[in-house]
Ligand binder design. Structure first.
Ligand code: ISL
Ligand code: CA
Length: 538
């Protein structure tokens, strides 16, 4: 079994993890200072959201230099120390690879502004049409995706913000540059990459798209053969020479597209993050939420478990609201629902990805004012909503539930000022519930969410059935999600109660773990109870 299949990955959003020099911004030395905590949790791999130089239009997802470290986060020496200190604890480091676009402050882009420059063709520069931009495509951030440049009299394309110009993968020099970037980090000792929006890097044509409610134009760049070719090239020419893995962030994928990206035989990616389970509580776009329906959620997870050989499983990341606020009940059943979600994540087949703070049950923030929000996506949507005359109360209910900043508030270490994240005012607001929800409290409490995460991670490590075992879906209903894992004669049943009510449930097997511990009652599941039973017939 490969190490990245047996391991548990922990995602760090460095800006909000821990601030070592008290300037209000999390940094690499802050991560080093907490490596023992991470090793104690039991995680094997740390994926760092971008730590490269960036003007922070999209907080690091707009890179201006792929081969160095943002001064906010430290130096290359700090990075090397992080790699070595992690290694001592058997922890590997994985970097975020954001190669669909660069920052407009990247040297390549700056040079490309000159039509005569050899860098012109690194990006998509095109003259406009009579009436405006070169085509009718729309961007991920709810605006157009062409920006006019006075200097050169042409437009450039950006599928995200205007400060994030898309690279042109028709140009072999771009592919060579990216190979160089990957080699650079692998040679420094990193163990792989999380590849940002990797299934949209290749634009087959720039013709007008079919008009759609979202992402007009996507048929020209979603999962194109060109992207598959590039992934195979990167694998063959770079990745295959190192002991590493890749996980692709792949937007709008179906299981069929997913297979083409990560099936072993394809030699492209090792795993992908799919989005479908995260879309079960929305209509068309995430801003229009519908009531969370556990059956819909479980059906989607079952479908992916059955169609993809090895999934990258996640319930949270830096783009998503907090899972306990979304799929659980952060008011009345905060603790059991946070633990139940841990059971789910750590017993599905595939590599589990825990997002910082998830292991202590951090919740959404409850934003009320625009000046509390840092994220470009929320600001773009607010601007867009103005044109649509969406009423303020509705807009704010959308923002509170969906803003990506829900996941980006500082990590809650203890009950000291600023949750122990920094002695300086943090770059983004701390969730006031840190007095109740913080790591230090939970460290001492065997019944805490944190202690439960540690137990579940250990259970997974000690029982191969949770890693290699076949996945067998049993039931998806409004209240219950039930599935089994089977390896040889071993058969485990996992039961998750997604409701705030007690439910009758009989299982003949021996109980292995319940998130209610000693309070578990035979024949019954309490609100948000999860239980793992041993049904092996040996
Ligand atoms: O964040 C989203 C939904 O809330 C997505 O639409 C998101 O933009 C998409 O999943 C791509 O995300 C990745 O690339 C973006 C960056 O802003 C995100 O943080 C990153 O995870 C552009 O690099
Ligand atoms: Ca700092």
């Amino acid at each position: 079994m490969k190490w990245w299949k047996e391991g548990v990955v922990y995602q760090i959003y460095p800006r909000s993890f821990s601030d070592s020099n008290n300037d209000g911004i999390g940094d690499i030395r802050g991560i080093i200072a907490h490596l023992d905590d991470l090793s104690d949790l039991g995680v094997d791999v740390l994926w760092l959201s971008p730590v490269y130089p960036s003007p922070n239009a999209d907080y690091g997802y707009d890179i201006s230099d792929y081969k160095s470290i943002h001064k906010d986060y430290g130096t290359m020496d700090d990075m090397m120390e992080l790699i070595h200190e992690s290694e001592k604890r058997n922890i590997k480091i994985v970097m975020d690879l954001v190669i669909n676009h660069t920052s407009d402050e990247h040297e390549w882009f700056k040079m490309s502004r000159d039509p005569e420059s050899p860098y012109r063709d690194y990006y998509y520069w095109r003259p406009g049409k009579e009436s405006g931009p070169p085509n009718n495509w729309t961007s991920f951030f709810a605006e157009g995706c062409w920006e006019y440049d006075e200097v050169s009299g042409e437009y450039y394309m950006h599928l995200f913000g205007a400060k994030q110009p898309d690279l042109n993968y028709h140009n072999p020099k771009v592919v060579d540059e990216i190979k160089g970037v990957m080699k650079f980090w692998l040679e420094k000792g990193v163990s792989g990459f999380r590849c940002d929006v990797i299934n949209i890097i290749y634009k087959t044509s720039l013709e007008d798209g079919k008009m759609k409610l979202v992402l007009t134009g996507s048929e020209h760049y979603l999962a194109q053969e060109g992207a598959h070719d590039i992934l195979r090239t990167l694998r063959k020419d770079v990745l295959s020479g190192f002991d590493c893995f890749t996980v692709g962030e792949t937007v709008f994928v179906t299981p069929e597209m997913g297979k083409d990206l990560c099936d072993e035989s394809r030699k492209e990616l090792d795993m992908i993050f799919s989005f479908e389970h995260m879309e079960t509580d929305q209509f068309i776009v995430k801003w229009f939420k519908r009531k969370f329906n556990p059956k819909r959620f479980a059906d989607v997870l079952f479908k992916w478990q059955e169609s993809i050989e090895w999934n990258a499983n996640y319930l949270e990341n830096h783009d998503q609201p907090r899972s306990v606020s979304r799929f659980g009940d952060d008011q009345n059943f905060w603790k059991p629902s946070a633990k139940m979600l841990a059971t789910c994540l750590l017993t599905l087949k595939g590599t589990p990805f825990i997002y910082q703070g998830q292991e202590i049950g951090m919740t959404n923030y409850g934003f009320t004012k625009l000046n509390q929000i840092k994220d470009i996506e929320t600001h773009s949507v607010v601007a867009f909503a103005k044109n649509l005359r969406i009423p303020q109360w509705y807009l704010w209910s959308m923002i509170r539930k969906n803003s990506r900043d829900n996941a980006r508030t500082p990590y809650q270490w203890n009950s000291k000022d600023n949750a122990g994240f920094s002695e300086h005012e943090p770059w983004i607001l701390v969730n006031p519930n840190y007095l109740m929800i913080n790591r230090e409290n939970q460290e001492k409490d065997p019944g805490s969410v944190l202690s439960y995460y540690k137990m579940m991670i250990r259970l997974r490590k000690e029982n191969q059935v949770l890693i290699e075992g076949e996945f067998i879906p049993l039931k998806a209903s409004k209240t219950l999600m039930i599935y089994q894992r089977k390896l040889g004669k071993q058969l485990w049943t996992i039961v998750l109660n997604f409701s705030n009510r007690s439910v009758k449930y009989q299982n003949e097997g021996k109980i292995i773990i319940s998130n209610y511990g000693d309070e578990h009652i035979f024949g019954m599941l309490k609100p948000f109870e999860s239980a793992v039973y041993d049904n092996s017939h040996i």
